[in-house]
Write a protein that binds this ligand. Structure first.
Ligand SMILES: [Ca+2]
Length: 509
């Protein structure tokens, strides 16, 4: 049997146009419905509120602005949101908190946040908050008190000592621990009072309806002491689950594979898979896409099987391409090869686990160098409508079109990412299943069987610039991620032979 995905798409667009003209009823579904299990294996979207969407004209993003964009987020197929810190802080990035029980005034109020949360939940989107408990701001009232002397009420909240040491800063006649910068004093996580505070903070937000947390800098809790960090994480996880059993916690263990595997023993649901991302040099996914690379399909297959063996099938993986601390993937892969950039998202979308996409990635925003460059405003329409650049930005360029323009172009990166996320929502086995590598002679191709519950699908990736044909044991072509819709049919299945366009991905059954 033969089936053309592009033709289906064309019919769907035609039907939608007719419906819009009021000439006919909306047609019966032309695409399979989303089939999203109510779990924490989601298509997460990382939002930096400061640079996302401004509602009041001060050109700083805020929660009301983000709330207005929730329909967009859901339309893109994202089913979870990680909000970078929203609590009061003297810095633009807010990774140094002065009050754990409030919203930074630049972002709005607790009521605004509740409205954001309620709308997100009404759209089936879970929301996790960045929880920064390795350190506070030096402006936090705890530290303001603690630094006054040895008898201060909050002295025990921080790590003071009389000798100078690496990672310590002098204050008065002593020194306090501050592993990142002097404005971010490290909390004393051995203090029972600090631990009580952390439980109260988690309870405050979880009781409000928050679905979990992203834990900042977990390897710095007890710097250089992984065993103590894991012990602390195990305690924190237990406390969080006691408050809300189904809450989801993901940790930032910016480290190598063995270390990340080890951190999973804490019971924390997920740790970002840094080796895949641009947080580890080029990262495993971008490396496969190198200009000179060969056998990319075989490499992707090996990577997939290696991760599954190394991490096991019981843990919730967290694959991602980039985040607010790393080079943006479009800067690494290059925006002048749009098909290559698309397939980076296609490769991500075909991975097991809860995937993470950094805001603006879907439009190919670039960013390297100083951190603020990686955190500039989302280009919704025009530059004049975009939020102000974060302080310290040295480059703010938008080589690709705005969200608005990409929405109108079915061959855009945005459309591709949207379709990739839709596939993950439609076929839960993609993110949840176990994998069997199907042997093939062609090293440009990767054939995987993914099985979960009653669902078993075959995923075929063509990681080359050539059109390919390959025999597959499948009866139905379910979907195709077409990296270039301009040249017609992306994939076709004819009597067990799959034809797949350059950089194409097919899902079959
Ligand atoms: Ca604003």
């Amino acid at each position: 049997m033969k089936r053309s995905i592009s033709l289906l798409l064309l019919l769907a667009i035609l039907a939608a146009l007719l419906a819009a003209c009021g000439q006919t009823e909306a047609p019966a579904e032309t695409q399979p419905p989303e089939n999203i299990p109510d779990d924490n294996c989601r298509n997460w979207y990382e939002i930096f509120v400061y640079s996302f969407a401004d509602s009041d004209g001060d050109r700083i993003g805020d929660l009301r602005g983000a709330t207005e964009k929730l329909d967009y987020v859901r339309d893109m197929g994202f089913t979870g949101i990680w909000l970078m810190p929203i609590m009061p802080s003297p810095s633009y990035h807010k990774y140094d908190v002065t009050d754990y029980y409030a919203i930074d005034p630049a972002y709005g109020t607790l009521e605004d946040f509740q409205a954001f949360l309620d709308k997100a939940h009404s759209l089936g989107i879970k929301v996790i908050l960045d929880l920064v408990v390795n350190h506070t701001s030096n402006q936090h009232p705890w530290f303001q008190d603690a630094k006054t002397g040895e008898d201060a009420q909050y002295r025990d909240y921080y790590n003071f000592q009389s000798e100078s040491a690496s990672g310590y800063q002098q204050i008065g006649s002593g020194y306090y621990e501050c592993r990142f910068v002097s404005t971010m004093p490290d909390l004393n996580l051995d203090s029972p009072a600090v631990r009580d505070e952390i439980v109260n903070i988690m309870a405050f937000w979880l009781d409000m309806g928050v679905d979990g947390f992203r834990l900042d800098a977990v390897t710095s809790y007890y710097t250089g002491q992984n065993a103590k960090n894991i012990e602390f994480l195990s305690w924190l996880n237990g406390e969080a689950k006691r408050i809300k059993p189904d809450c989801y916690i993901i940790g930032e263990c910016w480290s190598d594979e063995s270390t990340i595997v080890n951190y999973y023993t804490s019971g924390i649901d997920s740790f970002f898979c840094f080796p895949l991302s641009t947080g580890s040099g080029k990262g495993a996914l971008a490396t496969i896409l190198d200009e000179e690379a060969t056998g990319r399909g075989a490499s992707y297959g090996e990577l997939t099987m290696h991760l599954e063996e190394r991490f096991g099938t019981d843990v919730l993986m967290a694959p991602f391409l980039d985040n607010h601390d790393t080079d943006r993937i479009a800067s690494v892969v290059g925006i002048y090869s749009l098909e290559r950039l698309k397939i980076a998202y296609g490769m991500l979308a075909m991975m097991r686990g809860g995937s993470y996409v950094y805001y603006g990635g879907e439009t190919g925003m670039i960013g390297t160098g100083p951190d603020p460059n990686k955190r500039i405003g989302m280009l919704w329409t025009t530059l004049s409508e975009t939020t102000s650049c974060p302080p310290g930005t040295t480059e703010a360029k938008y080589p690709l079109e705005s969200v608005e323009k990409q929405q109108a172009d079915e061959n855009s990166l945005l459309h591709y990412v949207r379709e990739a996320m839709r596939l993950r929502n439609t076929y839960p086995a993609i993110a949840r299943g176990t994998t069997e590598l199907i042997p093939t002679q062609d090293a440009d191709l990767c054939l995987l069987r993914r099985s979960w519950q009653d669902e078993s699908i075959v995923i075929v990736l063509n990681l080359s610039a050539e059109k390919k044909t390959v025999a597959v044991e499948a009866q139905t072509l379910l979907a195709c991620l077409d990296a270039n819709t301009a040249h017609g049919i992306g994939a076709a299945l004819d009597g067990g032979t799959l034809t797949l366009d350059p950089w194409g991905i097919a899902i079959l059954q």
